[in-house]
Design a protein around this ligand. Sequence first.
Ligand SMILES: NC(=O)c1ccc[n+]([C@@H]2O[C@H](COP(=O)([O-])OP(=O)(O)OC[C@H]3O[C@@H](n4cnc5c(N)ncnc54)[C@H](OP(=O)(O)O)[C@@H]3O)[C@@H](O)[C@H]2O)c1
Length: 345
Amino acid sequence: MTTDTTMTAAVYSRFGAPEEVHLDQRAIPSPKPGEVLIRVHASTVSVGDHRARARDIPAGLGVLAAIGLGVLRPSRPILGMDAAGVIAAVGAGVTAFAPGDRVIASTGGAFGGHAEYVRLPADGPITRAPDTMTFEEAVTLVFGGITAQCFFTQVAIGPGTSVLVNGASGAVGTAAIQLAKQLGADVTAVTSGGNAPLVTSLGADRVIDYTREDFTAGGDTFDVIVDCVGNAPFSRVGRLINPGGALLLVISDLRSMVSSRWHTRRSGKFVTWNVGRPGADDLAYLVSLADSGRFRPVIDRTFDLADIVEAHRYVDTGRKRGNVVLRITHLESDAIRPGAAGTKK
Ligand SMILES: NC(=O)c1ccc[n+]([C@@H]2O[C@H](COP(=O)([O-])OP(=O)(O)OC[C@H]3O[C@@H](n4cnc5c(N)ncnc54)[C@H](OP(=O)(O)O)[C@@H]3O)[C@@H](O)[C@H]2O)c1
């Protein structure tokens, strides 16, 4: 429960198992000039939270990850890479948002979404929440949606482009299918058989059950391959990519990262691991699709903040479908009072 100055947050002070995460009271941040304070109603527990908490980092990237996550102990004790909620206060100079606005935001590598309040730069990836969605639905646009969208803006996808999505049933994969279909692509989804109905319902034209069939063995080729699993480096799938096509490595190890430019130069096929800089425009595009019924939230399970350990345990299975939502409920009397944290108009 919040007081005027404190909030409930899910925190971890050591890297490790889900049980390292527990609820604690933290100071409600005050928005500085150019920042907003969001009263969070929903976040997701993503594979990004799992990776940070468990230090489950792709090969070769441990040192780089330690810079962002902390060396001996977590430098960002509140996880949560996204948030949906209401602007509670704005810092000096913020005109794009006002208290009361319903928003969704990507907190990204700064984390912080698993708390009653989060403070963010107003010019970052924040936008109005879709009118048609609850906060629990709206927050599912952020983690997978912004990732898929940022990769797709780097390549040409249009009517008839053949796109293979490896790992199609996760948060990024379910978004990638929907965004590719939106652009008119012909989509092949790689997932296990049990998830075939899900990916088909999102628009996939063809499904390859990876438990029965190796998608690299069939002789089919694609204009764009999106790897959301980490088992499709250029050395394995380069020959499946049509001339001038692209390999989007949503997850990759250091070796794939350093060789991507070389592969691009040598093959003429664009290979990238770089998501780019997610912005408010990317989120706004997702919202416009959602508001017109062209992007569907995919929610596997919903947990209350109090059940954060359970939520982490479930995400740790690696089997989640779409998103695991974290519901953060507030008592009306818990709302911060004017002046307690920045400007509340
Ligand atoms: N570059 C970036 O900025 C960025 C951003 C977001 C995420 N990522 C990374 O992208 C990856 C995907 O993220 P996510 O959120 O989509 O993950 P996720 O939601 O945790 O993915 C879970 C899904 O992966 C599927 N899966 C597991 N093994 C598979 C395999 N061998 N072949 C096909 N599907 C398989 C599972 O389906 P089954 O149960 O059917 O196996 C499950 O539905 C993660 O490694 C994450 O760290 C990178």
